[in-house]
Ligand binder design. Sequence first.
Ligand SMILES: [Zn+2]
Ligand SMILES: [Zn+2]
Length: 374
Amino acid sequence: MKADPYEVLGVSRQASDQDIKKAFRKLARELHPDVNTEDPHAEERFKEAAEAYEILSDAERRSVYDRYGHDGLSSSGFHSTFQGFGSFADIFDAFFGGGDPFGSGRGRQGAVQGGDVAVQAEVNLLDAARGTTVQVEYERVGMCEACKGNGAKPGTPIDTCGRCDGTGELRTVARTAFGQIVRRQVCDVCMGEGKTAREPCEDCHGRGRKAVRTQLEVNVPAGIADDQRIRLAGHGHAGERGGPAGDLYVLVRVRPDERFLREGNDLITVVDVPAPAAALGTTVTVPTLDGDEEVEVEPGTQPGAVITLKGRGMPALRRGRGGDQIVVVNVVIPRNLSAEQRDLLERLSGTLDARNLEAANDEGLFAKVKRAFR
Ligand SMILES: [Zn+2]
Ligand SMILES: [Zn+2]
């Protein structure tokens, strides 16, 4: 049974991002092994807190958890980053991006996760209904190809840093209110790499990283709506000093299709039917996602009548029901009548009685108008 992340952090379900961050920092401070030597479960509790924070600090994950709990998270592919971690210090490093959780460090130690990248992709409604792949192109910070990321001009030697003996960090012991704390700072000579190039790579000026143009095929799932984002973990900017890459967010724009109005998963179409045909009954051609289709219009169909094509709307993106196609009948009253047409209509009009004009079992126009204005 997995613990409720809100309970673990001791925050309410309405807690703001700021509250969650605060609660986690406070807990991390208490459980840090350099501070907490009495509690044998400190490490386990910290892992639990880190997992809770991982869930609640990400808006997407948090809303999945709120709706479907831990099961929802695991079925959407979320696994805590902290399960596989060996040492406690590693967790801290990964978590705070190498920054000092006590807020006193300069925040550049150890591994740093790369930043996220956002791109936009446009698909048409049909592709949104079927699912598709799109090609996105973007610029990200990646490894320098020339030096393979080591920052040295190819063919030149790389020395172990003399200042930190290749560890990339300088350790200092500080006395604080929490007791003795070993503070690790990034080596100021090798900038944490543990190695120094005698001659820096010319392509990347010794940084080992540079902007690269990246092309990627992205799967757009069937049922996606306009303005939804797809997250591709690890496709953002490269991390530093062994840190993980950031994520790529693809904002999907679904191009409007003038034949359909999308209402959630339902698609609405309007078809024109001449008044005599609506009275007699007819078939009309209706555009659907599967192409044009003949749809039957019953005799006596009224303006605004709705014909539902079950299951012919957009598919459901995750769980839940796919939509229907809703065909709204627009009864068109003939205009610009010829003398003969006028005559025919007048003769017809003269024969109509209450039986022809009552609003069948359909709700009358008055009821519709009332509903519209409520
Ligand atoms: Zn380079
Ligand atoms: Zn060094």
